[in-house]
Design a protein around this ligand. Structure first.
Ligand code: ADP
Length: 691
């Protein structure tokens, strides 16, 4: 069997093979049982045939013996022995004429001298037969006697049995014996013939086991030790298998003793009669078995192909369920979970085995927006299953308690599951909406942050422009200060709009980088030049930032692969943050050095620093540390998000080390550009600064 076959197919084949084996065993058992019952039937038939034949023979012989006894008992017969042999012969002739059932009659006197025989046999007349068993037997017992098989002296030298009865005078003394013979052939006719159908025969044996009939007939050879003969001689009736004189091979023998004679009747048949019908039955059963086996093979093939189809269908459904990214589960009309997909297991934190077979309401704890457990009757799963229409939740109110206890905002759609017109249950689709909720919250915070950040500089612009418009008497100095404030606010508005545009371009994937070999020193100098030219608070009289900036670029630092403008923007952002979130006058170091196959640019300040939690969040959108020293500095929480996105687009990394009160180190690394071949002219992209 193909080991790759699915277990169901193998089981079906095994079950059918088992069925065929059972049919085979039952068939064999049936054959054996039939064989045994057939045998008993045939044996019983043999026994009753033997019994019938023996009864028929027994009563025929008994009636002839009675007849002979009655003849011998005739008083007139006793005088015969006083007469001459010729007279004695006349008696024998007369008897033979009257009773043709006997083959011959003998008249024997009390001394054993055979006085007459008819049909005439002169050679035996006058002979002494006193030594013959029948003579002694009759003379001593005084009763009629049936002799063993005896062979005639004259032709046709047939086997005969002699029936002998005492002849008494008027005083009751035995004066002689009247004997009459019955040939073996007549014995056979007494029992209606000896030939049976199927090559069987009836065989008659005398009291010494001599066969009277059949091919083994002999007066001299005894078969008293043969199975059947021996048993019947011992007075038993039954059936056996063995050999029979004159018949070839093994024979089935039914035997019975012949009452009052001590003889035996055998009914014998070739033992093939036992197996013949059974063999035919076996052949029929084998043919049926073969047909059943073919049928079973056909059924196996059919069932296997159906199972394969079913399995493939199930696998398709399974693959479909597995490929759905949202949690899917089906329930029956009683609310029992039938099926879950891997996404559902991942969402709930329960393995499939933890949900399937349980009631939906008990398997999953779902809470409403007030934190109350939703009872089954009110769940949308129950509504879909009971009312037969699609139901879905809205908003972020529904919460799922996961296996680990965590509560997730989820959205759920429940649809009725139908087969034709029958409602089978419902299918539930569960979706984690935490990200959507976050985005929703982000949008709200964007709107509020952006509105606030727009409002502040706009208020400044409005306030100072109104001041300029309404007050003609402002001196030149005050007027200039107002204009500077308006200018700084306009710049702040511009930066905010630039940041928002950058974020939108990053998020929509529209921002592209143009990578080339870039000289880090040039970038750092450009940043220092721009940042350094600004003043604290953006005011004309403020101290220049340039005084606070310290640049340390490793001599001979190779170029990096980057987009120069984006790199300037990144370093500028880090430097301006370092200046913003440090006390006035605190130095900010910009260090650029080689680290294996990367260049690392670090911006190190001695500012307010950040907690570990703040450090973990600073690169996310709209994230600002929630403390006074940060709040009083204007900002959107977008700069570091843009920075990180830009660095990663240039295949670099950015990270921060910081502690509250101990300043911060923001660092980024970018891959070095391959060294130019000797003599090759290597143009650095957009190098604007002298080295
Ligand atoms: P913004 O500066 O506009 O607030 P950023 O994304 O540049 O936005 O910075 C996010 C937050 O990270 C800042 O609000 C501040 O709380 C913190 N931060 C950034 N740079 C520093 C720094 N050098 N020292 C301390 N805090 C910093």
């Amino acid at each position: 069997m193909n080991p790759k076959r699915p277990v169901e197919v193998r089981l079906a084949i095994a079950a059918l093979a088992f069925l065929v084996a059972v049919v085979a065993v039952l068939g064999t058992w049936q054959v054996l049982a039939a064989r045994s019952s057939q045998r008993s039937e045939i044996e019983a038939g043999e026994v009753s045939a033997a019994h019938l034949a023996s009864s028929a023979l027994g009563s025929a012989l008994a009636s002839r013996l009675d007849l002979l006894s009655n003849l011998a008992d005739n008083a007139s017969l006793s005088s015969i022995f006083k007469q001459k042999p010729a007279e004695q012969a006349k008696i024998a002739v007369t008897l033979h004429l009257i009773y043709p059932g006997f083959a011959s009659f003998d008249v024997i006197d009390a001394n054993g001298r055979l006085g007459a025989r008819w049909p005439a046999e002169p050679a035996v007349v006058g002979k002494d037969v006193s030594s013959q068993p029948f003579f002694a037997n009759v003379m001593h017992s005084g009763k009629a006697y049936i002799s063993q098989a005896m062979q005639q002296n004259t032709a046709p030298k047939e086997l005969v049995t002699l029936l002998a009865a005492p002849v008494r005078d008027t005083s009751g003394r035995i004066v002689g014996i009247l004997a009459a013979s019955i040939p073996g052939s007549s014995l056979a006719s007494l029992i209606g013939g000896t030939m049976l159908r199927d090559g069987g025969a009836l065989v008659v044996f005398d009291q010494f086991g001599h066969a009277f009939t059949g091919p083994g007939a002999s007066a001299s050879k005894s078969f008293s030790s043969l199975p059947g003969v021996a048993s019947a001689l011992a007075g038993r009736t039954g059936a056996e298998t063995g050999t029979v004189p004159g018949y070839s091979g093994q024979r089935l023998v039914g035997y019975a003793p012949v009452a009052s004679t001590g003889w035996v009747v055998l009914v014998e048949e070739p033992s093939s009669v036992l197996s013949g019908p059974i063999d035919a039955l076996t052949e029929r059963l084998a043919a049926i078995g073969l047909a059943v086996a073919f049928l079973a093979a056909g059924i196996v093939a059919l069932v296997a192909s159906l199972l394969r189809k079913l399995i493939r269908e199930r696998e398709r459904v399974g693959a479909l369920m597995a490929s759905v990214g949202e949690g899917v589960a089906t329930i029956d009309m009683d609310g029992i979970v039938q099926l879950t997909n891997p996404a559902m297991d991942a969402l709930t934190g329960w393995p499939s085995s933890g949900l399937v077979g349980k009631k939906w309401a008990e398997a999953l704890d779902l809470y409403d927006q007030h934190g109350n457990l939703i009872p089954w009757q009110e769940s949308i799963a129950a509504q879909a299953a009971n009312q037969g229409h699609v139901v879905a939740t809205t908003g972020y109110g529904l919460h799922l308690a996961r296996a680990d206890g965590q509560r997730l905002p989820v959205a759920m759609t429940a649809a009725p599951l139908r087969a034709g017109n029958d409602l089978l249950g419902a299918v539930m689709v569960l979706r984690d909406v935490s990200r959507e909720r976050e985005v929703d919250q982000l949008k709200s915070s964007l709107v509020s942050t952006v509105s606030h950040e727009l409002r502040t500089p706009l208020t400044m612009v409005q306030g100072f422009s109104e001041l300029l418009l309404s007050r003609q008497d402002l001196g030149e100095k005050r007027s200039r200060e107002a204009l500077e404030q308006i200018h700084a606010s306009a710049q702040r508005l511009g930066r905010l709009i630039d940041d928002l545009l950058s974020v939108s371009r990053i998020d929509s994937g529209k921002l592209r980088v143009d990578l080339a070999a870039v000289d880090v020193r040039g970038v750092v100098h450009e940043v220092v030049k721009v940042a350094g030219s600004q003043t604290e608070g953006g005011l004309a009289q403020g101290a220049l930032f340039a005084d606070r900036l310290v640049v340390e670029v490793e001599p001979g630092l190779p170029a990096v692969i980057a987009d120069r403008d984006k790199l300037v923007q990144v370093v500028m952002n880090l430097v301006s943050n370092a200046l913003k979130y440090s006390p006035p006058g605190a130095p900010v170091r910009i260090v650029a050095q080689r680290k294996r196959d990367h260049a690392e640019i670090s911006v190190i300040d001695q500012g307010f620093g950040m907690t570990e939690v703040e450090c973990a969040q600073v690169f996310e959108k709209f994230t600002r540390a929630d403390r006074p020293e940060v709040r009083k500095v204007s900002g959107t929480g977008l700069g570091l998000y843009i920075t990180k996105s830009l660095v990663e687009m240039q295949h670099g990394q950015v990270w921060v080390h910081s502690e509250p009160g101990n300043g911060s180190v923001f660092a980024l690394s970018l891959p070095l550009s391959p060294e130019p071949e000797k003599g090759e002219v290597f143009a650095l992209q957009g190098t604007k600064e002298p080295h």
